[in-house]
Design a protein around this ligand. Structure first.
Ligand SMILES: Cc1cc2nc3c(=O)[nH]c(=O)nc-3n(C[C@H](O)[C@H](O)[C@H](O)COP(=O)(O)O)c2cc1C
Length: 205
C-alpha cells in the first residue's frame, strides 16, 4: 500500500476480531515506530507490547476504577459522561495486542550549557520528548493499516498512570505516555469527516 492510501484509509478502530497478531508483525510495528524522527535523535521511547489477556483485563479494571472515582459535577449527564469515557478508556482490553509507549528523560543540548532544569527546558521547548513519541505513534497507526490491521491511539487510560506503570513494571526512569490498541477490525471502517483544506491552510508568502 502506498503512503497516501494508508493515510487516507486510516481511521480509529475500536472493535477487533479475536485473531492474534503474529509476533513478527508486532515487532515490525515497533521497528517502524522506532524509525520516527525524535529530538536530537534521542529516541526517548520504549514500547511495551501486551498480548496477555489477564494483564489487559487488570489494566482495564484499574482504569475503570479510577474513572469511577473521579469527582462528578452537578450535571445530570455526569453518569452518562463517565460511562462513555469508561468505554473509550477500556475497550483496549478486547484488542489482541496493546502497545504501551513510555519515554525516558532525554538530555537536550541546551541542558549542557544553561542553568535550567531538564523539566524547565523541556517545557520551554514545548515537550519535544512527547512530540517525538507522537511521531512514532503515527508510524504505528499508518503501518497497522499498511499491514492489514486497525488501530486506535489512546490517552484516556492515562487516568490510571501510576497503577498501569506498576502493572507493566515500567522503570522509574521512564514515563508512560499513551497506548495503541491493534488488531483486525471487526467490520468495514469509514473515515471521519475533516475540516476543509481552506480552514487549515494558511500561506505566509
Ligand atoms: C492523543 C490522542 C489521544 C486519543 N485518545 C483516545 C482514547 O483514549 N480513546 C479513544 O477511543 N480514542 C482516542 N483517540 C482517537 C481519537 O478519538 C480519534 O483519532 C479522532 O476521533 C479522529 O478519528 P479517526 O482517528 O477515526 O480519524 C485519541 C487520539 C489521539 C491523537
Amino acid at each position: 500500500m502506498d503512503l497516501k492510501q494508508a493515510i487516507e484509509k486510516r481511521t480509529s478502530v475500536r472493535n477487533f476480531t479475536n485473531d492474534c497478531i503474529p509476533i513478527d508483525d508486532l515487532k515490525e510495528l515497533v521497528r517502524r515506530a522506532g524509525l520516527a524522527p525524535s529530538v536530537n535523535n534521542y529516541q526517548p521511547w520504549l514500547f511495551y507490547v501486551i498480548t496477555n489477556k489477564k494483564v489487559l483485563s487488570n489494566m482495564a479494571f484499574k482504569v475503570a476504577n479510577k474513572i469511577n472515582q473521579l469527582p462528578a459535577n452537578k450535571s445530570i449527564a455526569s453518569d452518562n459522561v463517565k460511562a462513555q469515557v469508561e468505554w473509550f478508556a477500556t475497550f483496549f482490553e478486547n484488542a489482541p495486542a496493546v502497545i504501551a509507549i513510555a519515554i525516558e528523560n532525554y538530555e537536550s543540548v541546551l541542558e549542557k550549557g544553561v542553568d535550567l532544569s531538564h523539566t524547565e527546558i523541556n517545557r520551554i521547548r514545548n515537550y519535544p520528548d512527547i512530540q517525538s513519541v507522537g511521531a512514532s505513534i503515527q508510524n504505528i497507526l499508518l503501518s497497522a493499516v499498511d499491514m492489514g490491521y486497525g488501530a486506535c491511539w489512546l490517552s484516556a487510560p492515562m487516568v490510571a498512570k501510576t497503577e498501569l506503570e506498576k502493572i507493566l513494571e515500567i522503570k522509574p526512569s521512564h514515563n508512560l505516555i499513551a497506548f495503541v490498541a491493534v488488531g483486525k477490525s471487526k467490520s468495514d471502517t469509514n473515515t471521519k469527516s475533516r475540516k476543509s483544506l481552506n480552514e487549515i491552510f494558511k500561506l505566509i508568502d
